[in-house]
Ligand binder design. Structure first.
Ligand code: SF4
Length: 80
């Protein structure tokens, strides 16, 4: 999981290996998920996908800006 999240951050910073359309779909699902939590420490990280900006997943603790752009999976199987 750590490797996937690090790749997600790399994808966040540079050109994503996950297509924008997929990241967008995942962000919409996460934004509607009760496990998406707002983290004050993540608030400074800007994201073009405003619906998940500053949020992390309550299931795995991963910042969503990185998670949705990685090859990780949703632990609740809401997206692949
Ligand atoms: S990764 Fe899955 S469990 Fe976590 S916030 Fe997104 S949809 Fe919810």
């Amino acid at each position: 999981m750590l490797k996937e999240i690090l790749t997600g951050w790399k994808n966040y910073i540079s050109k994503s290996e996950v297509p924008d359309s997929i990241a967008k779909q995942r962000a919409a699902i996460c934004a509607a998920c009760p496990e998406a939590k707002y983290g004050k420490l993540l608030a400074f990280i800007k994201d073009s996908l405003k619906e998940i900006q500053g949020h992390y997943c309550g299931q795995c603790g991963c910042p969503l800006s990185a998670k949705i752009r990685s090859n990780d999976i949703c632990s609740k199987h809401k997206w692949l």
